[in-house]
Ligand binder design. Sequence first.
Ligand code: MTE
Ligand code: MO
Length: 448
Amino acid sequence: MRSELEASLVAKNGLLDRRLFMKGGLLAGSIAVFAKPGRVDDTSTEAAINYEAPVFDVQSASQSIGAFLPDSMKTPGAIFRGYGKPAGAESSVQRIILQPYGDLAPGAGIAMTPLQSLEGTITPNGLHFERSHNGRPTINPDEHEFLIHGLVQQPLKFSMDILSRYPLISRNYFIECAGNSFFNSNLFSEATQVSVGMIHGLVSGAEWTGIPLSILLDEAGLLPEGKWILAEGADSAGMSRSIPLGKAMDDAIIAIYQNGEMLRPEQGYPMRLLLPGFEGNMSVKWLRRIKVTSNPTYTKDETSKYSDLMPDGMARQFTYTMGVKSTITRPAGGLVMNGPGLYEISGLAWSGSGKIIKVEVSADGGTTWAAAALDGEPLTRALTRFRIPWKWDGLPTLLQSRATDEAGNTQLRRDVWSAQYAEGQLYHCNAIQTWSIARNGEVTNVFI
Ligand SMILES: Nc1nc2c(c(=O)[nH]1)N[C@H]1C(S)=C(S)[C@@H](COP(=O)(O)O)O[C@H]1N2
Ligand SMILES: [Mo]
């Protein structure tokens, strides 16, 4: 076994061939693998990852199984309930809430997805990140109206009832806030010790169901001068953004359902715009109108924010597409490695430009790289899970991941990414991020 493991080494410091865990027989009986990752909250670094499967004597185990009945087998279980909830023991899995303006504007802020506690690529609806500029409104779906007007032949007004009679499509897409990963941006000169959810948790993945916006715009009849749309939300922030008509007619959706149920209020109930791969801000929630215009409207939300300052003092306007990015979610900040041994590194990758085609992992701070396995068929502008086996020798190590998308974009080193912008750039940070593994197994966020 040892020599087979050695033969599987593909990069420095114990990274193993991505196919190793697919050869089931190789592992049977010889390697102790995975339990669930430890639960963490952002104040604790106590939780351990326990990958050691307990070894037991089969004979005595089968005797004691007969003699011992767990309490759950002695009384009837709980009765039915109308809407399910996570198991009680999972109650510490919560969104990470930041309210930068405190009581002045408690509804302006973020609630981040706890990526360290999740697996797969679909974010449970109750844990989808929320970014709201002035709280989430309560909207009565029976009274909500959605208007299409401006440079169209025929303005249209939809009730939810009329809208839901249109043919629907379902697509798996991520939404990512332009401010995601600001803890890795050049807003900071020193790395902050927070969980992976707090660094990268302004991204979530869901199956969205709704009506292609192109169908509704076609029905309204676009006038030739129409080149842009303005989308406005029915919240007290009056969030509004200009969107090039090309995107609106391409893959934009008026989303009504999220992972099979009606949108959550946090995500824009009863309807939102969804612009796959574009910065989350443009996917206007609680959508109330779309106006077709000849030019961008230059709303407050796209002039006071969401521009990128360059080193020469000029600002880049309208950076729509989210860059290619990845993050290792396990092991990750706040988790502790449970001694040397064989682990599975697991993480997420995504790109606003299309499909992820490659994720590489380094266990020596970016000197050597190994290709991770992509779990399932990568989808365009959706989260992709990657995994790679790793034999940690117990020495201090620097773990990184680097994703490449089908357009050929690859993540840059943090210093190289930073040098592209003026100091204090926090939007669109898709630089490589580094986890440091200490000898005692502690995982911390570092800048190298
Ligand atoms: N009406 C409205 N739409 C909005 C916002 C808002 O505050 N109001 N926030 C935007 C921002 S900045 C982001 S990143 C996404 C977040 O979507 P989510 O909260 O469903 O994750 O919604 C966008 N749409
Ligand atoms: Mo955002």
